[in-house]
Every structure is written in structure tokens, then in C-alpha cells.
Design a protein around this ligand. Structure first.
Ligand code: T46
Length: 138
């Protein structure tokens, strides 16, 4: 699966820590959009339930913690994001679900494209068929 953790350099001092993302190699795409998710007020809610045709993203939990399930019809992985100096790269055509948000969780997302609802697969069966067709085409 095209997913991996990226560690950002932290500038630490007795005043606290700072992470700057400016090195073009730090993120494997040009950033077109930034958004963040917060105030998920119960650890029982799950968000996501979709895959993207072309969008690539890096998810950074800058406060609190959240779990992210990334899956294809063939495999799945769960990442526990609880460190603002770690980003989770999620490539194209991967189903994702975010869950177990802590009350203070803020999930910052860097995205390779502008928002486009047509880029989403929000139905798992349709996604699964498209994924398998793409695999057969390779
Ligand atoms: C993803 C995960 C990690 C916009 O108007 N602009 C935007 O840039 C985004 C991301 C969303 N929206 C609207 C669309 C919906 O009406 O905001 C509403 C909530 O979006 P959604 O239900 O897609 O949120 P999540 O948390 O399920 O998914 C989001 C991203 O959509 C998705 O790309 O990978 O975060």
C-alpha cells in the first residue's frame, strides 16, 4: 500500500517545539490545500469512509491523538497518530477511516489537490470494483 510515516525535523528548545514544513522533499507532492478536523467530541465517532481517485495527502495529528485505518481490498493497516512531528502519507486509491479521536485532537491535512467531490469514492463496493479493475489493468 502506498502509505508511510514521515518524520519532520523538530526545533526543540526550553520554549517548546516547532516543526516547519518547507523543504520540498518533506512532502511527496506540491501542497494545493490545507484543512483540519477538530472538535470530534466523542471517541465513538468515525469519519472518512472513502477513497480518492487522484488525491494524495499527509495527515498530521497536531494535538491529541487519532487512529487512521488505511485499506485496500487486499490489506489494511491502522496507524495511531499522536505526535505532531509525524505525518502519515496516504496515496491514491486507498480507503480511509479516522476513529478514536481524543477530545483535544486536531488532525491537520496537507493535500495535493483542491477539493473536488468527483475525486471521492464514498461507496466501498464501487471503490473495490474500481481498485480491482485498476489492478487488472496494470
Ligand atoms: C480525507 C479525510 C482525512 C469541503 O468543503 N472542503 C474540503 O476541503 C473538505 C476536505 C471537505 N469539505 C466539505 C465536504 C463535506 O460537506 O466538508 C464536509 C466534511 O467532509 P468529509 O465528510 O469528506 O470529511 P471526512 O472527515 O470524512 O474526510 C476528510 C476529507 O474529505 C478526506 O479527503 O481524506 O478527511
Amino acid at each position: 500500500m502506498e502509505t508511510r510515516l514521515i518524520r519532520f525535523e523538530e526545533k526543540k528548545s526550553n520554549l517548546g517545539s516547532l516543526v516547519a514544513i518547507q523543504d520540498p522533499d518533506a512532502i511527496p507532492f506540491a501542497i494545493q490545500r490545507v484543512y483540519y478536523i477538530y472538535g470530534v467530541d466523542s471517541e465513538t465517532y468515525r469519519r472518512g469512509f472513502h477513497a480518492h481517485k487522484d488525491l494524495e495527502q499527509v495527515l498530521i495529528c497536531v494535538s491529541g491523538s487519532v487512529k487512521v485505518l488505511v485499506k485496500t481490498p487486499n490489506e489494511e493497516k491502522v496507524f495511531h497518530l499522536d505526535d505532531p512531528s509525524i505525518g502519515l502519507f496516504v496515496g491514491k486509491m486507498l480507503w480511509r477511516e479516522m476513529f478514536d479521536f481524543t477530545k483535544d485532537a486536531v488532525l491537520l491535512v496537507l493535500a495535493s489537490r483542491k477539493y473536488d467531490e468527483k475525486d471521492y469514492y464514498r461507496d466501498y463496493e464501487i471503490y473495490e470494483k474500481a481498485y480491482m479493475a485498476q489492478r487488472r489493468g496494470k
